[in-house]
Design a protein. Structure first.
Length: 441
């Protein structure tokens, strides 16, 4: 076992894109969120039952979709902007502007999410208390507001371990709250949202305080100065291409984040929506075991681009693609095998169809993981518009696949449609990067 681990460590170290320290801590964050988050979702699905959990999933999907529409991917934007050489005063001003930009966009998303949630639930025929969309929107808002910049600052300053531990702690608290709710109160759709609020607020505030301290040390006390509307407008004008391209990427990402759940709500019963959501949670848990590659390599790729070593970068990602493909095969087969005892012992007979749906739902991992680096290369090389374009094309393909699949083959078609949606984005990103000769193989 020790020898195998040493071989894997040596292999990753041979690829200059990977920082083992950052990789380990990113895996702590991703696995913590994947395990505790998935357990929370799976436990909620088991206790609420398929019909009630289906409504919960749709209610949670609405603010997630709306937030994606107003998400400018400030974490990645901050890494690019703050990596540029400049005076401390300029960097401090950029930090203030980035925070204000994220704050304003999250507030707008929160306000829009509440009536949108009520309208969509009513349109799909689900009669719920008006507090349900409010609580669903509030969970997302408290967990996300200001968080993107904070994570970007932590990652850029080499303090990713703090973020990793906080993320795992967040979902561990939510899971503990869910357990307390089960044993000492009544589990309802409302209470399932309500129990998540304290952790969302606490962990996000903690993250913001730590990031502020790091930013002050790194960029000076001016970081703490107040940013005004004028600063925001000036920052947007100077960075509009990057911000709007990033926002476009987030908008099209909604197809695989939660828009798929809303599409399923149109064509499938609440019961089948619940089974779809549970199956997706298992597949996403598997994906989070490998997707830290994407965020870990961005600063290293940015360094290669800044030094003009594009040929060297192209050769490195080619080598990485082969290893990522082999890892994807292992993850795909592993999650399929594990899904059988997982369903039998944890989910119960109401979710007995999950193992047979898993292959359709998770085949995208095999296609997408080898090209997970495409986003980082596009952003770091100043070609965010390529990602926006590939995202838009992939989103159209994904929506068509989800609608036709759900309408024609029910839950199995929906699962396959999701795999098409996930895969299309990464494959098209690679094609566009190659066409522009940013990648030469």
């Amino acid at each position: 076992m020790k020898a195998s681990f040493s071989k894997v460590t040596s292999l990753l170290s041979s690829i200059p894109l990977f920082s083992m320290r950052d990789m380990v801590w990113q895996y702590v964050a991703s696995l913590g969120v994947a395990i505790f988050g998935a357990l929370f979702i799976l436990a909620a699905g088991r206790v609420l039952g398929p019909s009630e959990f289906g409504i919960y999933a749709i209610a949670a999907a609405v603010p997630t979709v709306v937030n994606s529409l107003f998400d400018y991917r400030i974490q990645e934007v901050s890494i690019v902007v703050l990596s540029e050489n400049g005076a401390e005063e300029d960097a401090a001003r950029d930090v203030r502007s980035l925070f204000l930009f994220d704050l304003v966009s999250r507030i707008i998303a929160f306000i829009v999410s509440i009536p949108a949630g009520m309208l969509i639930l009513n349109a799909l025929g689900f009669v719920v208390d008006p507090i349900v969309p409010l609580l669903a929107a509030l969970v997302i808002f408290l967990a996300k507001v200001g968080n993107s910049l904070a994570v970007g600052v932590m990652r850029l300053s080499g303090n990713i371990q703090q973020y990793a531990l906080l993320q795992s702690f967040d979902w561990a608290i939510r899971l503990a709250g869910g357990a307390a709710l089960y044993f000492f109160a009544t589990v309802t759709i409302e209470s399932t949202f309500l129990v998540q609020l304290p952790s969302a607020l606490l962990i996000n505030l903690w993250t913001l305080v730590l990031a502020r301290r790091i930013a002050v040390r790194r960029y000076g006390s001016q970081v703490a100065d107040r940013a005004g509307f004028r600063n925001l407008v000036e920052f947007f004008r100077s960075r509009s291409k990057l911000l709007l391209s990033s926002q476009s990427i987030s908008a099209v990402d909604t197809v695989v984040k939660e828009l798929d759940t809303l599409i399923c709500g149109i064509f499938l019963s609440a019961h089948n929506v619940a089974i779809y959501k549970i199956t997706k949670s298992i597949a996403v848990m598997a994906w989070r075991c490998v997707d830290p590659v994407f965020v870990v390599i961005l600063p290293n790729i940015a360094a290669y681009v800044a030094d003009g070593r594009m040929d060297e970068l192209s050769a490195i990602v080619k080598k990485a693609t082969i290893y990522l493909f082999l890892a994807a095969i292992a993850v795909f087969l592993g999650i399929w095998v594990i899904s059988y005892p997982f369903t039998a012992y944890l989910l119960g007979p109401s979710y007995s169809d999950v193992p047979s749906i898993i292959p359709f739902m998770s085949i995208w991992i095999v296609v997408a993981l080898p090209f997970v680096w495409t986003h980082s290369v596009a952003i770091a090389s100043g070609n965010a518009e390529l990602q926006a374009l590939s995202g838009m094309i992939g989103a159209v393909i994904g929506v068509v696949a989800l609608i036709s699949g759900s309408a024609s083959w029910s839950i199995y078609g929906a699962a396959l449609g999701l795999s098409v949606a996930y895969s299309a984005y990464f494959v098209i990103s690679y094609i566009l990067l190659k066409k522009k000769k940013i990648i030469t193989w």
